[in-house]
Write a protein that binds this ligand. Sequence first.
Ligand code: FEO
Length: 170
Amino acid sequence: MNKKIESILNRQIIREGYSSHLYLAMASWAENEGYKGIASWLYAQAEEERLHMLKFIKYINERGGKAIIPEIEKPPVRYAGVLKMFEEVLKHEQFITGSINEIVQTCMEEKDFNTYQWVQWFVNEQLEEEASVRTLLDSLRLAGDQHLYLFDRDIMSMRQKEKSADTAAE
Ligand code: FEO
């Protein structure tokens, strides 16, 4: 496997791993604050990020490279409220989108068209993830501090619907 591609994909393992850890830390904080719906959304998100990390590990190894399982940085323990926390989620996803775009660019420079095609799944995934966090941020701003419990209840039922859709698709 091309060394530059192997190295940038290994960098993405670290970033997806950190995303998973970050959302776990946020989930745990939200759970302790009594926001069950928000916590359940974040736990599910953390699991998705772990699966993203796994996709990179497997792809590198399948293509004859060596996936490196990294040490993962400790995310913050406390968050300055639900709105601020979701703003952090959006900022983080935008950072990940930038990181995926750098992979796309490296694939073009190195003429690795297989990886270029493989990584398109992540390009689309990032579009969806950013859009869904923006929607959540819009409803959070509408709900305001007084109606946070409504937001928490809505996000919980949204998560349950997604879960039953996933089960139906299995
Ligand atoms: Fe896997 Fe949300 O980045």
